[in-house]
Design a protein around this ligand. Sequence first.
Ligand code: FES
Length: 149
Amino acid sequence: MPTYSNRPLTNKKTLESTYSPTVLDHMHNPRNWGIIDKSDGYGRIAGPCGDTMEISLNVKANRILMCTFDTDGCGATVSCGSIVTEMAIGKTLSQARCIDQRAILDYCAGLPQVNKHCALLAANTLQKAITNYEQMKSTPWKRLYRTEQ
Ligand code: FES
């Protein structure tokens, strides 16, 4: 699995006054970075700002065993991607269906208004990966034609 390469970030004081400790922790140490090869479910979405997120899943007995992400987005998007994977791992699919923008924002202890759509992007990408898993499960032959992970 590829590793996260630390990017230069804006000045530390600005970051600390803008983001919660939880967001900064996930921004600097993102969990579950990378895309699973031959995943059970995969989603990719471009947000309104043009940033993209990808999420891949491994599912067994209706439970998410592995959930990983990748993004070309901002630091807040990295945090939201990392957080949504942490929230999803170990959950049943129906529990993971409840992970929405609000749940991510609560976990983050809030995000600045300008970054709230980063949480929406992460939530929607997770939901798309779950939908993809369900579609692949009901029509497994489609996996042969899936061009993305
Ligand atoms: Fe657009 Fe983070 S996803 S700024």
